[in-house]
Design a protein around this ligand. Structure first.
Ligand code: SF4
Length: 81
């Protein structure tokens, strides 16, 4: 089975989601522990990176227990140094 990687960018940070690694902990989207303005599994796409500040997104992504969520800063992507 092919492993899918999805990317969602707000122009500053790109949220990377690997569905096959998600253990559905609910941490990222439950109001008590997560960021429902960005992560909402009842919507498509389920990640809306415009819903919070880049700083807050990074903080949340780091709490994902499975490694399904990660991020890259856009300034580090595709630029020759
Ligand atoms: S925090 Fe990570 S493991 Fe938990 S539901 Fe979100 S993406 Fe999946």
């Amino acid at each position: 089975m092919k492993e899918i990687t999805k990317k969602y960018s707000n122009g500053e940070v790109t949220i990377v989601w690997k569905p096959h690694m998600c253990i559905h902990s609910t941490i990222c989207w439950k109001a008590a522990t997560g960021l429902p303005a960005v992560f909402n599994p009842s919507e498509r796409p389920w990640i809306t990176p415009e819903g919070a500040s880049t700083e807050r997104i990074i903080e949340q992504v780091k709490k994902c227990p499975s490694g399904a969520l990660s991020f890259v800063m856009n300034e580090n992507e595709g630029e020759s140094v």
